[in-house]
Design a binder for this molecule. Structure first.
Ligand SMILES: [Zn+2]
Length: 286
């Protein structure tokens, strides 16, 4: 039998030759693919990884912000350096392992100023707990990394002339954040909403928190909002930048509200061709 890399044996890697990239995307190597979204915005995908991660590089005026640092099975930093404008600040969307993989390669990082994250930082160094990180499912130990700055929910980050509003959007996880860029009508939602099986069955996921976050977002986001998530494929099984829209937020909100009106139970609810919500009995709790 041919000797295969460990990741392939574990089913964590997808042979790149079996991946079909959507039009407009290109392979960077045999692991990462990139797709331009518009001037200064690059989607960075990992279609050869079973979780089909997407991170976003947001650049302007000689500086860049990296929203999520990849799954960490391959270093994302060299790719980011090739495409970034000037210095790069990394900002993890939440502490799950598949969003924090390359965090150690970006120096002090931006971290959402949330009590649960302050509680696991000491002397300016943050180490997520196993429950926040969940890396044990793939044999990954939580990293330690320096906090460059705590960014409060509601704060507006500048990247050159671009303005990104930090929103706390718990639901998928209690520490999930999204970035809202009004000038481009775009929500970078990471794992709050993405394509495929949307995880609300993981430890610390909460349907009541999801409902609150969805009501808040739907209270101000325009109907034409573009949403960029952190995982997923097209309905036809192609790898593409996971784009969603306002109707998907409404669909998720209505599904969560319907579930919460009934008894707690474990299950999966298909919202539309793009998403299926997975939940556990525990996710009916706060
Ligand atoms: Zn996650």
């Amino acid at each position: 039998m041919q000797d295969r890399p460990e990741g392939v044996r574990q089913g964590l890697e997808v042979p790149p030759e079996s991946v079909r990239l959507a039009q407009g995307l290109s392979w960077e190597d045999d692991w990462f693919a990139v797709g331009p979204i518009d001037e200064g915005t690059l989607a960075i995908g990992e279609p050869a990884y079973h979780q089909k991660n997407w991170s976003y590089l947001i650049s302007d005026g000689g500086e860049s912000l990296l929203f999520d640092t990849g799954a960490g099975r391959r270093p994302i930093a060299p790719l980011v350096a090739r495409h970034a404008q000037g210095p790069v600040r990394a900002f993890p969307s939440h502490m799950h392992f598949d969003h924090l993989g390359g965090v150690g390669d970006f120096g002090p990082v931006l971290v959402a100023d949330l009590p649960m994250l302050r509680a696991v930082a000491r002397d300016g160094v943050l180490r997520p707990t196993e429950e926040m990180h969940l890396g044990y499912v793939e044999g990954i130990v939580p990293p330690e990394f320096p906090v460059g700055r705590w960014v409060a929910p509601g704060e507006v980050l500048s990247v050159g002339a671009r303005r990104l509003h930090l929103l706390h959007t718990p639901g998928h996880s209690p520490d999930s954040i999204s970035l809202w860029e009004p000038a481009r009508n775009r929500l970078y939602a990471a794992d709050f909403i993405y394509r495929g099986e949307l995880y609300a069955q993981t430890p610390a996921a909460s349907l009541p928190a999801y409902l609150d976050s969805l009501d808040t977002l739907l209270g101000f986001l325009p109907e034409q909002v573009w949403i960029l998530g952190a995982h997923g494929q097209t309905e036809g099984g192609m790898d593409d930048i996971p784009r969603l829209g306002h109707a998907d937020l409404v669909g998720l909100r209505d599904t969560v509200a319907t579930l919460l009106a009934g008894p707690a139970h474990e299950g999966a609810r298909t919202l539309n061709a793009r998403m299926t919500l997975l939940y556990s009995e525990a996710s009916f709790g706060a």
